[in-house]
Design a protein around this ligand. Sequence first.
Ligand code: ATP
Length: 366
Amino acid sequence: MAKVELEKVSKIFDNHVVAVDDVNFDIRDKEFIVLVGPSGCGKSTTLRMVAGLEEITSGEIRIDGRVVNDVAPKDRDIAMVFQNYALYPHMTVFENMAFGLKLRKYPKQEIEQRVRDAAEILSIENLLDRKPKQLSGGQRQRVAVGRAIVRKPKVFLFDEPLSNLDAKLRVQMRTEISKLHSQLETTMVYVTHDQVEAMTMGDRIVVMKDGKVQQIDTPMNLYDKPSNKFVAGFIGSPAMNFVSGQIIREEGLHFTTANIKLRLADARAASMADYVDKSVIMGIRPEDLSEYQLIESPRPDRGAHCRVDVVEPMGNEIFVYLSLGADALVARMSVQARPEVKKDYHVHFNMDKAHFFDATNETVIC
Ligand code: ATP
């Protein structure tokens, strides 16, 4: 059992920077939770407070029901893997992995066994006699993880562990850490600024901005039901398109700007009724824009004429960058689409999938 609870946790640094602002969330036993957000949003500080490396200004952190606010890092039964791996350069891989256990005065035989077991899990048995400088980035990363595994902690904390690796290795290590999680069945908390890493690894994701939690949810819920414009724009690549406009009633509700008039899905009518003649922000994902002629039964009240700025072929699909008056949009289309640069292009908006946000506070309406 290793449940981690954060209740009203804040961190204000000496320079009055509010790094973490009244954060509340529970991490369930054996859960893989990812903290994600842009640089400076407070995710590392949150993790470091769980680890005990940073003092908490106010609030409470509990591990398995025990308040750990004043418990030293070494007594919290957690292990942390850092971005820079923090390996000792003069020690071999074996010694690096064994170090924490030696400090805790484990019997020699047990240390040997634990290091060999961890090395086997990570496929680094053949590297145990090497020094860190004789390893590749990915191998160093594995050793850093190995050093955490040997401790058999209740909770693993990862602070951007893959950011020093090249793109291909990052994808590979991502899968390895996910596999490791199901193998070890331990609670893991993982910090990253990369939304793809968050989406692919997390059972649940905590999205942060300016020290505050924006939404905590499963990857698919964050994608399909973002609670505000920030989450909607942060999760997904290419990012969701946003267009500011008005809701009008004209034989049903429409979203309008100077350049478009799109009929809302009937299912949205009730939620949007209060916004008639008011400003809203429409969000629509790139895959919900299509070439009008390629839609099986297109609806004229959901089409708009855009101008094609750039076409990016991706092999299995194309990204089409469009102008709609002053608004820029990106569409993710099938390779059958035939947009021509600098030409008019008839685009179909899948309004069943559109999101609407309040123009003032940017929270989701529906
Ligand atoms: P990154 O992805 O860039 O690491 P982050 O989301 O992990 O960012 P934190 O490192 O938690 O962000 O920092 C949150 C805020 O606290 C930032 O504004 C940062 O400048 C500030 N901060 C972090 N550490 C300190 C410190 N020791 N003293 C003062 N301010 C700090």
